[in-house]
Design a protein around this ligand. Structure first.
Ligand code: KG4
Ligand code: ZN
Length: 345
């Protein structure tokens, strides 16, 4: 079965054709990162306008790259939330038009379910369940348990900022360009992660929720106590970045591995934009090895950040597990934006 995935929930505009839920035939992504570098953050109207400009050629390229005809596509899967309203509507309206034109089923996909399925892409073998998956990006920061491919439960999420947001805001305080996460992690490589003590909010809270806003405040005071950014040397900046990053990584992994213990997981996964972070990957692999747990991180960087292949993969599992009656509900009439962060599949 070939599914065309469409993803426009934030600042990326993406389309992809995926075969049988894991075989990526094409994966086209257009980003508005350059535009948002100038505005030093995402401006919803700019992101939506950029998606509206890009969506048609990106769809055309996704189908061309996959070497399939429009008629050969069996279904369309589109992100219907959560995300920026204007951006989501661009993808949804494009998907509805195509579904109407080519008479295809239209599957609504929850964006974060897509991130979970990024670890299914290009893997012929299914994971060993139960799986604990940590999906971390600029907009979301959640922990999930997978009992089977179609049985997923949210265990916890952030009560304030997401880890990606903490990276981006910390980077901005350190005078680094947008998006700050990769820049902060680059300068952290030359720093001492033990030099400055940052708090580990909610580390011992006994649940699977996260909090990062206190960490951001702590960085603000560290900079202010040194007389401001202009008084801080490059090597001290590197120490601040490394210590700040270490605190984020430690909080994320402490929750991930305590969930793995609690649910007797066989496998642990990282997903979302922050899974590109080198230190997080390193520490994740070390801790998993100590516990004899299997691991997955998306096969390619382009599967970590927002993409449409993961949306098609999630859509495939929804289709495969749907009854005849449910399949009949996958229509243009039933598909609408849903901004709720409650897990749905
Ligand atoms: O999943 P994603 O592309 O978009 C959202 O849905 O938010 O994630 C983007 C986030 C940004 O906050 C970005 O700074 C962060 O992922 N990120 C990183 C790294 N690469 C991307 N954070 C830390 N280290 C990185 N290497
Ligand atoms: Zn995302």
């Amino acid at each position: 079965m070939k599914i065309l995935g469409i993803e426009t929930s934030c600042d990326e505009t993406a389309a992809s054709v995926v075969k049988d839920g894991y075989g990526v035939l094409s994966n086209v992504i257009g980003s508005s990162e350059k535009l948002h570098e100038e505005t030093k953050g995402i401006v919803p109207e700019i992101a939506a306008r950029d998606s509206a400009l890009k969506i048609a050629p990106i769809l055309q390229k996704a189908v061309l790259d996959a070497r399939v005809s429009w008629e050969e596509i069996d279904a369309i899967a589109v992100t219907n939330g959560p995300g920026l309203l204007g951006s989501l509507l661009v993808g949804i309206e494009a998907a509805k038009t195509l579904a109407l034109l080519y008479k295809k089923p239209l599957i609504p996909v929850f964006h974060i379910a897509g991130h979970l399925f990024s670890n299914i892409l290009e893997r012929k073998e299914l994971p060993h369940f139960p799986v604990i998956s940590l999906t971390v990006s600029g907009g979301h920061n959640d922990l999930y348990v997978w009992e089977r491919l179609s049985e997923i439960q949210k265990l916890g999420s952030t009560i304030d900022d997401a880890a990606g947001e903490a990276f981006d805001k910390g980077a901005r305080m350190l005078g680094l360009p947008y998006p700050g996460g990769p820049h902060l992690s680059r300068i952290a490589e030359g720093g001492d992660a033990q030099k400055i003590h940052f708090p580990r909010p909610m580390k011992q809270s006994g649940d699977f929720n996260f909090s990062f806003s206190g960490l951001k405040t702590a960085l603000f005071y560290e900079i202010r106590n040194r007389g401001g950014l202009h008084e801080i040397s490059d090597s001290e900046k590197a120490d601040l970045a490394a210590s700040y990053q270490e605190a984020i990584v430690e909080i994320l992994l402490q929750k991930l591995f305590s969930a793995a213990d609690a649910y007797s997981a066989k496998e642990v996964h990282l997903a979302g934009g922050v899974s590109a972070n080198k230190r997080l990957r390193e520490r994740f692999l070390e801790e998993a090895q100590k516990r004899n747990l299997l691991t997955r991180i998306p096969e390619k960087m382009s599967y970590s950040t927002d993409n449409a292949a993961m949306i098609a993969a999630a859509g495939y599992v929804m289709w495969e597990n749907a009854s005849k009656e449910t399949r009949k509900t996958f229509t243009i009439q039933n598909l609408e934006v849903n901004l709720s962060h409650e897990f749905r599949m």
